[in-house]
Design a protein around this ligand. Structure first.
Ligand code: HMG
Ligand code: MG
Length: 327
């Protein structure tokens, strides 16, 4: 009889599919969770969340052990009024060894603002599809690369790290299907400009696991996956399934939003990101480390729920809150 010395065997060693091939064999031991709730989540809210409340929410996310928190966005306040207080919010966060604070920057004017704050990292963004790029940042893709050049150069000179998003990789609200090859070309140029990581966005949450295989296979063969993160909106409930494919492919950075807040105001139909608690709960259950304290994460999720005054989409948070109500 097999003895497990009191510990359960890892699912990695025991899971075999009914067709005889191994499944869940390639899972990483640890995953980096990149929290976007204060930015991607709150950017979509109609009611303005006061700066002090935003700051408290961000503090509670750091307290839960999130290694990265995207705290705001230096876009034009006319385009995103919900984050018009970006300068004030960012000023409240000194660099910390435990949590990297970062923010969206669309252009040099946004970078001017970011560089006046203590931030040591920013994220630029553009789309794989031409039409979404134009609607979202008012430029063609080619114009965007040109506008990003001085942004990357100035960040390099100032010692500020730059992450880059490629949106609409799984589909565009205006153009429909997007070829993975087109997304790779955009990602390649952003890496050449100096991005340390490319986060691939399923902006409107239309991807399914088979499509995710196709996307990641194209990236794996053309670019490799070591600098690739996944940013899945959970519009149709498939974000976790898509992330599981990512895990099998060796992707180890996933963007999530506390309580599933979120959306893109310039992508009709886009709803919240994959909820942080849903991903972290699944990963911990599978024995994959994140460095995050799950109970404190639930505390942050409760705070987000209170701030917005309604039930938020994250399923795991809802389950935890229901369990607590029954106590
Ligand atoms: P524009 O109107 O083309 O800007 O907007 P412009 O360069 O022509 O300048 C016009 C005026 O705006 C000027 O002022 C500028 O100074 C000012 P004026 O001289 O007329 O007084 N301006 C700014 N002011 C403050 N901050 C700035 C800034 N830039 C110019 N940064 C712009 C271009 C990019 C600014 C605009 O289109 C914009 O803000 N877009 C942001 C849209 C957005 O935030 N979308 C959501 C985030 S992306 C997302 O959610 C997707 C993601 O989550 C991944 C995924 O899910 O796939 C990342
Ligand atoms: Mg997004």
């Amino acid at each position: 009889m097999t003895s497990y010395s009191g510990s359960r065997p890892s699912p990695r060693l025991t899971s075999v599919g009914p067709w005889g091939e191994s499944v869940l064999q390639n899972l990483p031991k640890s995953v980096r969770v990149y929290e976007v709730g204060p930015r991607d989540g709150l950017q979509n809210e109609e009611a303005f969340v006061p700066s002090e409340d935003k700051i408290e929410l961000i503090k509670s996310l750091s307290d839960a052990g999130l290694p990265y928190v995207e705290i705001t966005s230096f876009v034009h306040p006319r385009w995103i009024p919900a984050l018009a207080d970006a300068d004030r919010v960012a000023a409240a966060f000194e660099p910390s060894a435990a949590t990297t604070y970062t923010a969206l920057v669309p252009n040099e004017r946004g970078l001017d603002r970011a560089l006046k704050t203590p931030l040591r990292e920013v994220a630029v963004f553009m789309s794989a599809s031409e039409t979404h790029n134009a609607r979202n940042i008012n430029k063609s893709r080619q114009e965007t690369f040109t506008a990003f050049k001085p942004v990357f150069q100035r960040c390099h000179d100032a010692g500020v790290a730059v992450r880059a998003y490629v949106s609409t990789v799984w589909g565009c609200p205006y153009e429909g299907a997007v070829s993975p090859a087109e997304a790779v070309e955009v990602a390649e140029k952003l890496l050449e400009l100096g991005a340390y990581e490319i986060s691939l966005g399923d902006t409107i949450g239309v991807g399914n696991p088979a499509q995710t295989c196709a996307v990641l296979e194209t990236f794996r063969t053309r670019l490799g996956l070591s600098q690739i993160a996944m940013h899945m909106h959970d519009t149709r409930g498939l974000a976790l399934a898509n992330c599981l494919v990512g895990l099998e492919y060796g992707v180890t950075t996933f963007d999530t939003s506390i309580a599933g807040l979120g959306g893109c105001p310039y992508a009709p139909g886009a709803s919240g990101n994959l909820a942080t608690e849903d991903l972290v709960g699944m990963l911990h259950g599978m024995g994959i480390e994140t460095g995050i304290d799950f109970d404190k994460l639930v505390t942050a999720g409760r705070m987000a729920t209170q701030l917005l005054g309604r039930t938020l989409p994250g399923r795991t948070l809802q389950a935890c809150m229901a369990e607590h109500t029954d106590d």
